[in-house]
Design a protein around this ligand. Sequence first.
Ligand SMILES: [Zn+2]
Length: 308
Amino acid sequence: MIAKWVLIAMALLGIAISFPASAEVRVFACEPEWAALAREVGRGHVKAFAATSKRQDPHHIRAKPSLIAAMRRADLLFCSGAGLEVGWLPILLRQSAKANVQPGKPGHFLAADYVKVLEIPAVIDRSLGDVHPEGNPHVHLDARNMIPLALELSRRLAAVDPPNGQAYAEQADAFVDNWSEHLTGWQGRALKLNGLPVIVHHKSWAYLIDWLGLTQLATLEPRPGIQPTPGHLSRLLRSSRLRPAKAILRTPYDPPEASDWFSSKTSIPVLKLRYTVEKTGSKGSLKALFDNMIAQLETVTTVVDGDK
Ligand SMILES: [Zn+2]
């Protein structure tokens, strides 16, 4: 038996006291949205860790030791794929040497493999710095994609944790029922957003734009991943006079200078949309994410109506 003072000393030193092994499946999610989905489908059986936060650009993350350690503990890896994490995920996989989450294993789950990927280029060319050579990887922003992903996630969870397979299947079905109702509501609201002309900083929003029927007029980046240049911005300024956008969309992690400058020249408002969920708390729900983004877009359609 461990003496009480030893336990107190261990607690003070921050040493983990080992209790009987928990049956929780540990999910390593590259982005917070996948941790949120894992918590929904795996409720009660899953502990999800998000490698990035909403303030971090998921294209560019440092493969730091804490992430390698987290991957070593993982039973299931859940990431966007389509090259979004190409700069850091392969390093984590190699350095962690965790066998069950390597490509090809049931514990290696990439969202882009289960949904329709948009903007796949005819010719793959990274030489100009394009960060989307495999197509657009920001697949979570079409809310419809959550349905096939929830179902596949339940199968992956069942594969790594067979005793709870039934629970995962039931929770995924419940999620799908619920989500389908939300989709109906959001798509009803999207009727008023149809055709809304927007400019985006980076092509982070391709799936949201496709799903809600917005019209993307231009990107402030001359190519995905290349920061805006003065020449590109002045060309956009000229074309914007002919066909002005109603909003400039950027994520919380995009550098603000170009969109703020463009807004100051054109009076087009900048919408800093959430892009993903908070790691925890009430802003951590996927439903809240889409509710919030649509509500923000609705603020500029009011202006559209007022123009008429
Ligand atoms: Zn991107």
